[in-house]
Design a protein. Structure first.
Length: 199
């Protein structure tokens, strides 16, 4: 009789293990996300875990118009952080962002190019430099607002200045690229993201 009971409970425990184990693992990794950092991922940029939500605020564009950060929820965005004195590396990154967007073909309509300024000291010169990169939205704001955004973009020992970031349609900063990134890496990441996330 006892043997029959133990045999009938076998499938119950097996079913419990099959359904409960994935839940327990998911719960464990939810509360310990650092345990996942060693796993390989398909992305080429640095995956920010957890993703960083851009706060609701109104910034300004280079022409003085308001820029509400809720507009970031409409599409994907590539964000370049730079001082207003745009050097050779900065111009190279502006060119890179333009070419990546063009390389996306029909999907380019789903991608915005943004440039966040860390200061407002050389705006007149910057306006001239931006002429070949029409469509790049340059955003700035009060020193406090800029600092709030810049603190979100810090990753480890690398400051955000001169780096490129990817923002998803929920307004979350999800990927960061090192200085002097390979454009093919950014393009590959974008192609993958736009394929997976259909708006």
């Amino acid at each position: 009789m006892k043997t029959t009971e133990s045999q009938s409970r076998g499938p119950f425990w097996a079913l419990l293990a099959l359904t409960g184990l994935p839940f327990m693992l998911a719960l464990y990794f939810f509360y310990n996300p650092d345990m996942l950092t060693g796993l390989t991922t398909a992305n080429k940029g640095q995956l920010l875990t957890p993703a960083r939500q851009v706060p609701q605020m109104t910034l300004q564009t280079l022409d003085g118009k308001g820029f509400d950060t809720s507009a970031l929820k409409e599409s994907w965005a590539l964000l370049l952080v730079s001082p207003s004195a745009c050097d050779t590396e900065c111009e190279k990154n502006l060119f890179l962002l333009r070419q990546i967007r063009l390389a996306m073909g029909e999907n380019r309509k789903r991608i915005h190019r943004l440039m966040l300024l860390t200061d407002t000291n050389n705006l007149d010169q910057l306006k001239q430099q931006l002429e070949p990169y029409e469509g790049t939205r340059v955003i700035t704001g009060s020193p406090d607002d800029r600092q709030q955004l810049l603190s979100l973009l810090e990753t480890g020992d690398l400051p955000p200045n001169g780096r490129i970031f990817t923002i998803d349609p929920q307004g979350k900063i999800i990927l960061a690229y090192d200085l002097d990134p390979n454009w093919k890496d950014i393009l590959k990441d974008l192609e993958h993201l736009l394929k997976v996330v259909q708006l």
